[in-house]
Design a protein around this ligand. Structure first.
Ligand code: BGC
Length: 416
């Protein structure tokens, strides 16, 4: 009896010991499509291999607006998750609230300053301290095309300009297929919009209009031309587009129902998950007129202040894992993005990722590397949300004149 009770006490101690060692990480994200879920599953595996418990907090909704709403209510209730997918200037806003944890101990030990491009490191820091860990670099200004559909429609090569694009789109339409697979949700409209503005106006114009929010650029003839082009693109989408999720639009391209989609390279994650091969089954090309530019979208996890020691330890493990070579490779192979960590071996990556990597470096030297406004990289969330709504109102209302569209977008850009 005595022996048994000793054993029970020893077991209880060991269990308690484990509880201190292994912590739980609750991770809020919006990665719920096929390719996304596979990617985040790799992070879960790495965390579990370190003995931690993964508590998945997935909030469906491409672009993350739903996830951000849920996050706010959790933080207001004083119960934040350990980590949340937060990007760009929003990281600074959360940090200014005093709710984010200081990740410097991990960042220093793992030498993040040496392993990250400075433009990325700066966004992850608040007042000089790391408060978020970056995951990847997504390129937004892509056009995805189905090779078989283009062949059927008699389109040779991918269009390089918007004029060429409309010629190709017309051929696809005549062949009885959908030219542009689109999901009519405001962030998807906005994603297409930023590529159109970049293609029509070039990098300098994008910078003036959509990053600096310069009223002159926003009301210029180039903006008028951009909205005319944007509306013309809509003419090649199908009637069922409103409300459609982005991955279902990608599926239309994968299944040879549609020719093109304008979407960031998380779309490639869907092609990969479906076993499709770039250059054979599908084509990745810069959106028309944007080959010399690169709109970037860096996913990152901001970490919240936690009280429990085991949870803090698990959180530090998560931060270290995110920047580790194992995760950076396997996650990005599935996600369609490229590693954010510098000097990674790219040999396992496909041609689209290699092109993205090459263009990221090349455009960083020419001024063509630009933050994506549609994906929370360029301006404060309030202005971004207002512009996004104005863009969608124009997209959805064919009766609204281009002049009215221009002025409502310019007005929205002044939102503070
Ligand atoms: C995120 C991607 C995600 C996409 C669709 C983007 O804003 O950066 O990681 O795959 O939204 O949900």
């Amino acid at each position: 009896m005595i022996k048994l009770s000793k054993l029970a006490a020893a077991v209880a101690l060991a269990v308690a010991g484990n509880a201190v060692m292994a912590g739980e990480v609750e991770v809020l994200h919006w990665w719920t499509s096929g390719g996304e879920a596979k990617s985040v599953g790799e992070l879960k595996k790495i965390m579990q291999a370190k003995g931690n418990t993964w508590k998945d907090f997935a909030v469906a909704g491409g672009g993350g607006d739903n996830a951000m709403t849920v996050l706010k209510s959790r933080v207001v209730a004083g119960n934040p998750p350990a980590a949340a997918q937060i990007k760009g200037p929003a990281i600074q806003e959360w940090a200014a609230e005093g709710v984010l944890a200081n990740l410097d101990p991990v960042a220093k030990a793992e030498k993040w300053d040496e392993l990250l491009p400075k433009v990325v490191a700066d966004v992850m820091k608040y007042k000089g301290n790391y408060v978020a860990a970056p995951v990847n670099v997504h390129r937004v200004n892509w056009m995805w095309a189905n090779s078989a559909v283009l062949k059927k429609a008699g389109v040779n090569g991918t269009p390089k300009t918007w004029d060429e694009f409309f010629v190709a789109a017309e051929k696809v339409k005549k062949a009885g297929l959908i030219a542009v697979a689109h999901g009519g949700q405001n962030w998807q409209d906005f994603t297409t919009f930023e590529s159109v503005v970049l293609g029509v106006g070039g990098a300098k114009f994008y910078n003036d209009a959509l990053i600096k929010l310069d009223p002159k650029a926003l009301t210029s003839a180039t903006m008028t031309k951009s909205l005319e082009t944007f509306r013309k693109v809509k003419g090649y989408t199908d009637a069922a587009a409103p409300g459609r999720d982005w991955n279902l639009a990608t599926a239309m391209v994968i299944q040879e129902k549609a020719a093109f989609q304008f979407m960031g390279d998380w779309a490639k994650g869907e092609f990969t998950a479906a076993g499709k091969v770039p250059g054979k089954d599908y084509i990745c090309a810069a959106a028309p007129g944007t080959a010399n530019a690169y709109t970037f979208n860096v996913d990152s996890f901001a970490m919240f202040k936690l009280k429990d020691a085991a949870a803090q330890k698990a959180q530090a493990d998560l931060a270290a894992a995110i920047m580790g070579t194992q995760f950076q490779e396997v996650f990005n192979l599935n996600k369609g993005s490229i590693p954010v960590r510098l000097n990674m071996d790219m040999s396992k990556f496909d041609d689209c990722a290699k092109l993205s990597s090459k263009d990221f470096v090349a455009t960083s030297k020419t001024g063509g590397l630009l933050p994506s406004i549609a994906h929370g990289m360029a301006v404060q969330p309030a202005a971004e949300g207002a512009i996004k709504d104005a863009v969608s109102q124009f997209w959805n209302n064919d009766k609204m004149s281009v002049a009215d569209g221009v002025s409502s977008i310019a007005k929205a850009a002044a939102t503070k």
